[in-house]
Write a new protein. Structure first.
Length: 336
């Protein structure tokens, strides 16, 4: 594949540096969709079907991954290390589900109606922070309200310096609003609950009907779920977008750094507490509770932090045993 075509697909020196003399003759391709027994990959000039090596499993691959392929048989030789990986823990699962790989920007899509849920949006933000993927809140359905200002304010309050945009996903102008985060070689991903306009936004970004859209339910002004699998699509102005099925639940696990960034105002106050292990609930000399009493910190915000921190501790596996021979054990679950 020509270097220009690779670069347009998102190929970077980080991936090229992983290829050695033993990989000569292998073709780099990007995973476009993951099925039960096979992968579809983007070559820069179209998609091709890939087969897995012996004893391989599609659970090891995420949309957005880079793989090296035997061009004659189209069998995957190996996958390359990722720049970023979005993944989540699902109810009852021992391993985390892969959402998308090598994503530069995560568009967290929600609508200006009852779907706007600060607690759920904070989970998405923690996920993006932990993966070191740049999050942007995208407020949709502004054509259904008089003034989006209050929704913009509520979204910006979720995390320090958070970028938030409001748009009508059906408008051609939507692509221009999101253009600063797109472009050749860039990869963005769309996440959010069902019916917030992700499929419509995908079609607007790609300039074609890449995904079917559902009708609006009159009872709650929400669309119907249409996306059933993760998939990679070209953006009309350059770059790539990964669409994902709607997620109503997102369990928190292994997101300590992401939560610290999300709740930076609490993280920065914690060292000022009298006790090192302060829970910020009832201890004397608690700097966090002092800020709540002074009106500079929201009590609701602290309560949401506490719930996510407790859930993260309960769901994050711990390592036990002597150094060099550690065993990972589940803590046993608390999920909300």
């Amino acid at each position: 594949m020509p270097d220009a075509a690779l670069a347009d697909l998102g190929w970077q020196p980080f991936f090229a540096d992983q290829c050695g003399a033993d990989d000569a003759g292998l073709a780099p391709m990007r995973v476009a969709s993951v099925h039960r027994t096979r992968l579809m990959a983007e070559t820069g000039s179209g998609q091709v079907r890939l087969d897995l090596p012996l004893n391989g499993t599609t659970a090891d691959y995420a949309v957005g991954d880079w793989v090296l392929v035997h061009p004659d048989t189209r069998v995957v030789a190996r996958g390359l290390e990722r720049l970023s990986l979005l993944r989540r823990r699902t109810e009852g699962a021992h391993v985390r589900q892969l959402i998308a790989a090598n994503v530069d920007v995560l568009f967290i899509v929600t609508s200006c109606n009852d779907d706007f849920n600060p607690a759920r949006l904070e989970r998405y933000l923690a996920l993006a922070n932990e993966a070191e993927t740049h999050p942007v809140i995208v407020l949709t359905k502004i054509d259904k309200i008089d003034d989006p200002a209050q929704w913009l304010g509520r979204a910006r309050a979720l995390q320090r310096d958070l970028e938030v945009v409001a748009l009508n996903a059906k408008s051609p102008n939507a692509a221009a609003v999101l253009a600063p985060w797109c472009g050749p070689g860039r990869t963005v991903a769309l996440v959010g609950s069902s019916g917030v306009g992700k499929s419509t936004l995908l079609n607007t970004l790609s300039g074609r009907d890449a995904q079917a859209t559902g009708a609006i339910r009159e009872s709650d002004a929400k669309g119907r779920h249409t996306t059933t699998a993760r998939s990679l699509h070209p953006v009309a102005g350059g770059g790539w977008v990964i669409d994902t099925p709607g997620m109503r639940t997102l369990h928190v696990s292994d997101l300590s750094a992401g939560l610290n960034q999300l709740f930076a105002e609490i993280t920065e106050l914690a060292p000022l507490c009298r006790f090192r292990d302060c829970t910020h609930a009832h201890e004397p000399g608690c700097a966090v509770q002092a800020a709540v009493a002074a009106g500079t910190l929201s009590a609701e915000r602290v309560e949401r932090w506490r719930k996510l921190a407790e859930e993260n501790r309960a769901n994050t596996p711990v390592q036990t045993g002597p150094r060099g021979n550690r065993t990972t054990l589940p803590r046993g679950g608390k999920r909300r």
